[in-house]
Ligand binder design. Structure first.
Ligand SMILES: [Fe+2]
Ligand SMILES: [Fe+2]
Length: 267
């Protein structure tokens, strides 16, 4: 079974900046390669309605490919992020509905996730991370995402939900998916607090611990716009973002960037 993996498509921004129809290029790729499963691990575009519309359109046009999705921070930008979360559940392939059994061995388990400052650097308080301002830059989620409860409580909810599913499927071959980063080694530390401060908003070490506890075989995530395919303590980790044009791309052409970026794994 072939599973395509991509995150951080940021359709709106990349369409505007490339002046090109990103979705048409993505669709062309799906039409040619026709993978059985396509995992999109968050940041489809900004705002739940737009992300939902793109996902539904993709699935409608390519019924032979099962599109699976977890939300990113940009997908839930809304005055009520709980409502945004619910809106995105209207997409049938949203992993927030629960585990998806691919066959008698493999199961995909995940949800967007959030962050709890477990990746926060020393010397700053929880309150400072909560405010999310360093010098005169405020982390965009602080103004665009509006959850009930603080970051720690939001993360706790995801951890509980995902752990319930993991324990239910213990012993199976599990592919875990979140948008947020599960392990600190994937964070870029520049020894410059104006950058490193925001690593607190990249994910949670609790996600990685959960994956190891339940013997997850493959872990797919996004959020950081750097591509990784690594092994860690027997677990295969894949972060495969498209990222922002032009500074995070390898090619000038949308076709070349998308086709070279999409990763296909076989199980
Ligand atoms: Fe992103
Ligand atoms: Fe993100």
């Amino acid at each position: 079974m072939r599973i395509a993996v991509l995150s951080d498509i940021h359709e709106g921004l990349n369409r505007k900046n490339t002046r090109s129809d990103i979705m048409a290029t993505l669709k062309k790729w799906i039409a040619v390669h026709s993978p059985e499963v396509f995992i999109i691990s968050g940041d489809m575009t900004a705002g739940p309605e737009k992300s939902l519309a793109l996902l539904n359109q993709l699935q409608r046009e390519y019924p032979q490919t099962r599109i699976l999705f977890v939300h990113g921070n940009h997908d839930i930008y809304h005055e009520d992020s709980e409502l945004a979360y619910q809106t995105l559940l209207e997409f049938q392939g949203n992993l927030g509905h629960g585990p998806v059994e691919l066959d008698e061995n493999w199961v995909i388990i995940g949800d967007g996730g959030w962050y709890d400052y477990t990746f926060g650097i020393e010397g700053y308080t929880k309150e400072q991370f909560q405010t999310g301002t360093f010098n005169d830059f405020t982390w965009p989620d602080k103004t665009n995402a509006h959850w009930t409860g603080n970051d720690n409580e939001v993360t706790e909810r995801y951890i509980t939900r995902i752990e319930n599913w993991l324990s239910e499927y213990r012993g199976r071959n599990i592919i875990m998916v979140t948008h947020f980063v599960p392990c600190s080694q994937f964070l870029l530390c520049k020894n410059d607090p104006s950058w490193d401060f925001f690593n607190a908003m990249m994910g949670s070490s609790r996600l990685g611990k959960l994956a190891l506890k339940y013997g997850v075989e493959k872990y797919i995530f996004g959020h950081i716009h750097t591509r990784y395919h690594d092994k860690y303590k027997g677990m295969e980790l894949i972060c495969n973002p498209l990222g922002y044009y032009p500074h995070e791309w390898n090619f000038k052409s949308v076709e070349e960037e998308i086709s070279s970026c999409i990763k296909v794994i076989t199980i």
